[in-house]
Design a protein around this ligand. Structure first.
Ligand SMILES: O=P(O)(O)OC[C@H]1O[C@@H](O)[C@H](O)[C@@H](O)[C@@H]1O
Length: 298
């Protein structure tokens, strides 16, 4: 790969979408769009293919508002603070879900381009700027790599504080499907999961995951997964993760979600590569951990 200066980018350019700054990649082999706010990838497609990510038709691109779709970065906590392990919860000073990284403005670190791939790195210095929401100091580096084979996202957290840092997180991938009723998630057979819709009871998965109405589960498993459906198949390979969240809002919750059309639950599924519940991570001073996902072909 060649490192190029901004003026020399061949495939990458700045755009303003709504009220947010975005980077668009127009490579001969693939396209992608990501936002500095949230370090949020919203689009990725190899040439002549439909988008691999689902993005809401009513998504809004406004400062301080999480974008509905793509891959939101949930950090430094996943889900509702009150449901996090005590060590993680202790640092959180708000009731907001999914952490502040998905609405914070990240800094562009590097763009590397080649004839085969493009790699874009962003960083977030989680310092006292966020101390109304969270106590801690960490540096987060987000690296996205795009090629005709797929895309990889790697989120590396380094504890810059002087006490152990406990945190949870997820790469909250929204995938498109032509029909949720005929969509399956393979690779979770035999795993335990927490059914958040049934009083957070632990259950055992039998066979592939099917969707019959609202589904919101935290699996204790980080094995490679295949999401199959009438629109095609996708492979998700996790890095540094032993938990996976599978979510579809179903018809009733869909009506209460922000920036989400009433019928959109039939055309999307979230499969989230996580460090959630007992898979939360603890970093001593100076230590790092990388959570990642590779979206690929089957
Ligand atoms: O509306 P938000 O904050 O983006 O969250 C969407 C969903 O995110 C999922 O990860 C959670 O498991 C769901 O419970 C939640 O509804």
């Amino acid at each position: 790969m060649l490192t190029t200066k901004p003026a020399q980018w061949s495939f990458t350019r700045w755009r303003t979408i709504g009220h947010l700054e975005a980077l668009e990649v127009h490579h001969p082999l693939f396209q992608a769009r990501l936002f500095l706010q949230g370090g949020h990838l919203t689009n990725f497609a190899p040439r002549d293919e439909p988008d691999w990510l689902w993005l809401s038709d009513t998504a809004r691109f406004e400062p301080g508002r999480a974008i509905r779709g793509g891959i939101p970065v949930c950090w430094p906590w996943f889900g509702v603070p009150a449901k996090n392990p005590p060590e993680v919860r202790r640092r959180i000073l708000t009731t907001a879900s999914h952490g502040f990284a998905r609405t914070a403005v990240w800094k562009l670190e590097d763009v590397r381009e080649s004839a085969h791939d493009v790699e874009i790195s962003l960083s977030l210095d989680a310092n006292t700027d966020f101390d109304e929401q969270w106590q801690g100091h960490a540096l987060v580096l987000l690296t996205m790599t795009f090629s005709v084979r797929g895309c990889q996202i790697a989120l590396t957290t380094t504890n810059l504080g002087n006490t152990p840092l406990a945190y949870s997180q997820a790469l909250h991938t929204y995938l498109p499907t032509a029909d949720i009723a005929r969509t399956r998630v393979h690779g979770l057979d035999g795993s335990e999961f927490i059914d958040t819709l049934d009083n957070w009871t632990t259950k055992l998965q039998k066979g592939p995951v099917r969707f019959e109405g609202e589904t919101d589960r935290i699996y204790q498993c980080g094995e490679p997964l295949i999401v199959s459906g009438p629109g095609g198949n996708r492979r998700l390979t996790a890095i540094g993760s032993d938990s996976t969240v599978v979510w579809n809002p179903g018809p009733d919750k869909a009506r209460t979600l922000s920036d989400f059309p009433d019928e959109a639950w039939t055309t999307m599924v979230c499969v989230e590569t996580a460090n959630a519940m007992s898979d939360y991570r603890v970093l001593n001073e100076g230590q790092s951990h990388t959570l990642g996902v590779v979206l690929g072909r089957v």
